[in-house]
Design a protein around this ligand. Structure first.
Ligand code: AVJ
Length: 345
């Protein structure tokens, strides 16, 4: 098959920031440092959710996905288990498909789609995209062995920032369609405006016939939502507090993680679960690596995550606003999670 030069490109900043100082803090990641300084000196205090995912945080998140209360992963997996063939057929529309996935963490669910694609077209190219090269290695190494016919082409880039240099995914065959996969409710961490910007940026790198597969968590009873983010075993609390342990490790901070309570709340006006770390006492914490001391009032919070929950139909509206034609939706029988396909016309 001929491989034509493709216009497909994503506009992103390079993921390898490579900005490390050569001095005492030579293990300090400058992006982490800047982000933490900015977040902890803001009012209210906040830290972005991407900071959760160091090695320990990634392990804790994997444990979360297996909790009885955390319905998201198994619900979306069930949708793929039932509809993978239909999803792939709809996205392919008679052409050959090539997959790009934003975030490499969900490879376990993506396998179901990859198998369906191999069944249909004998082989498939899979391009997982992640800021972390190690996440890509871990998640994708075994896929080629486990699913013969899959060729993995990992791409290290930060798809969450748009104002950088252009970044190209691999060239495409003339009769190929690219399906960009963004599943697992990852979009839930983005404010609506940011979510739209992200989709538009992806859209700009696609051509007619290409698609975007979006997995969103849907609004449901408040108790079900709260339990999913405040489980009985305390794994989500440990995940939230690991953020502080990470700052201790990487920024020479002296947080006592147990001096902060895990708090998950439902914000109905914004349709999101929020996670916070609430200072149990008035305290001062120092971050040696930042040469910074931070005061906490008793009850003061650090806002660590937003997890947006969508109304039925809302993901289609978002896709449409970003320049995709909503093509199909799949959901579970309880209507708890939705997988939505948008296509470039
Ligand atoms: C990985 C963003 C989908 O919001 O449900 C799990 C992260 N936070 N428990 C989510 C998370 C607390 C998760 N996402």
């Amino acid at each position: 098959m001929s491989v034509a030069a493709s216009p497909a490109s994503f506009s992103v900043v390079p993921a390898q920031r490579g900005l490390r100082t050569g001095r005492v803090e030579d293990s300090v990641d400058e992006h982490v440092a800047t982000t933490v300084r900015e977040g902890l000196t803001s009012r209210p205090k906040r830290l972005p959710a991407w900071l959760f995912y160091d090695a320990d945080g990634s392990r804790l998140f994997d444990a979360i996905t297996e909790l009885p209360e955390y319905y998201l992963t198994r619900t979306e997996r069930a949708i793929f288990a039932e509809h993978a063939d239909g999803i792939v057929a709809e996205a392919a529309g008679g052409a050959r498909l090539r997959f790009a996935e934003l975030g490499a963490g969900s490879a376990e669910k993506t396998r179901l789609l990859l198998r369906a694609a191999v069944d249909r077209q004998h082989s498939v190219v899979y391009e997982p995209v992640d800021v972390s090269a190690s996440a890509l290695d871990g998640a994708c190494e075994r896929i080629e062995l486990e699913i013969p016919g899959v060729t993995v082409r990992p791409r290290v880039m930060d798809y969450t920032h748009g104002d950088g240099e252009r970044f190209h995914l691999g060239p495409m065959g003339v009769d190929e369609r690219r399906l960009v996969i963004f599943i697992g409710s990852s979009i839930g961490n983005f404010e609506p405006r940011e979510a739209l910007r992200l989709l538009r940026r992806v859209r700009a790198g696609l051509k007619s016939g290409d698609g975007f597969l979006l997995g969103v968590d849907l609004v449901k009873s408040e108790n079900t939502l709260l339990d999913a983010y405040d489980d009985a075993a305390g794994v989500t609390a440990a995940f939230n507090r690991n953020l502080l342990a990470r700052l201790n490790r990487e920024l020479d901070a002296n947080f006592d993680p147990e001096a902060f309570a895990h708090c998950a709340l439902w914000n109905p006006a914004k349709s999101r679960i929020e996670m916070h770390l609430v200072s149990r006492v008035a305290q001062q914490v120092s971050l040696g690596g930042l040469d910074l001391a931070i005061d906490f009032a008793c009850g003061e919070t650090i806002h660590t995550e937003n997890s947006y929950k969508y109304r039925p139909g809302q993901a289609n509206e978002l896709l449409e606003e970003a320049g995709f034609a909503p093509a199909a939706n799949w959901t579970d029988e309880r209507g708890w999670f939705a997988v939505c396909l948008g296509q470039v016309e």
